[in-house]
Design a protein around this ligand. Structure first.
Ligand code: ADP
Length: 310
């Protein structure tokens, strides 16, 4: 069982030819509303990967809350840990994509910012029942710090995706098993800071291996089209990504992280779970959208098997 403590957003995307200048109004050529927030995305990915998932999250008491609640119902994701915060808006990401594919994003954390450490306290029983507790960098920092300690005290495994790379306590990062970061986030933590931009997977694997124990209990660094590396006390591994036609990399990291947590929860070793996570990430970039682009467990297992044969 995977319990995800995380953010929920409504992603509202407008497609325009050119971004409006200050004071200017432009018309869009299209508009899309979709489920977003790293917590929600990763919960869906873990659920599709076959884990029993419980999401603990906060939405607002506004009409926008309908968007995530309907999406969770469509995925048959349990929502008894999702509550509405009176007087707060549901988290919103207002995204604008221009004709050349660049974007601007305005995030209103709303109810996600009201997700306090008191929620961690109230959820101790759920934390104790979980095999894995997963969180990201989109909750208030004191909440993440309290969660790390509560999960450790319960003897449950803590998976921390430090995205965005907010300054949580080093003691909280130290409890992560694994800490999951992309290369930018890794560098913000000082991991691989000395590596050149074109550093290969082997260099990243060595960097992760030398930081194990000091930075976190175990470490996974995702390398985009180059796959991912992982290290724990037992060893270190590089998992190349399969060659795929990348059409939209949005949410690939969330697909990989949610799948990783699900596979660890079912008892797989770190290198095995990372191989499946890389497969899930690769499948997610082949299709447009965020959670709509996530693959089923069977598809992930199938691709991972072909990766092993390759
Ligand atoms: P983030 O989205 O957090 O920046 P990454 O870009 O590292 O994370 O991507 C996460 C995972 O998604 C990678 O480990 C890989 O498995 C997969 N992935 C991302 N981009 C590609 C790509 N172009 N081709 C194949 N797999 C990809």
């Amino acid at each position: 069982m995977v319990v995800v403590f995380g953010s929920v957003n409504v992603d509202a995307t407008s497609y325009v030819r050119e971004f409006p200048r200050p004071g200017e109004t432009v018309h869009s050529s299209g508009f899309r509303v979709a489920l977003g927030g790293k917590g929600a995305n990763q919960a869906v990915a873990a659920h599709l990967s076959g884990a029993s998932v419980e999401l603990v999250a906060r939405v607002g008491d506004d009409a926008n809350a309908e968007v995530p609640m309907r999406a969770f119902a469509a995925f048959e994701l349990p929502t008894d840990g999702v509550a509405a915060v009176p007087g707060e808006p549901t988290g919103v990401a207002q995204i604008t994509v221009n004709g050349t594919g660049e974007n601007t994003i305005v995030v209103t954390a709303g109810a996600n910012a009201a997700f306090g450490a008191d929620v961690v306290e109230a959820e101790r029983e759920r934390i104790a029942r979980a095999d894995v507790v997963l969180t990201q960098g989109e909750l208030p920092i004191p909440t993440i710090d309290a969660l790390a300690l509560a999960v450790d005290a319960a003897g449950t495994r803590f998976v921390l995706n430090l995205a965005p790379p907010v300054p949580v306590a080093i003691e909280a990062v130290a409890l992560a098993d694994p800490l999951v970061v992309n290369v930018h986030e890794a560098r913000m933590l000082g991991l691989g800071a000395e590596l050149p931009d074109d550093a290969g997977a082997d260099a990243w694997r060595d960097a992760a291996a030398s930081a194990v124990g000091a930075l976190a209990r175990s470490i996974v660094v995702t390398l985009g089209a180059r796959g991912a590396v992982a290290a724990d006390r037992a060893g270190s591994w590089a998992v190349p990504a399969p060659d795929v036609d990348a059409v939209d990399t949005t949410g690939a990291g969330d697909a990989a992280t949610g799948t990783l947590a699900a596979m660890i929860a079912e008892g797989r070793s770190l290198p095995d779970a990372v191989r499946l996570a890389v497969a899930a990430g690769a499948l997610a970039v082949e299709r447009r959208g965020t959670v709509d682009s996530y693959a089923t467990r069977d598809a992930v297992l199938g691709l991972a098997e072909r990766m092993e044969d390759a």
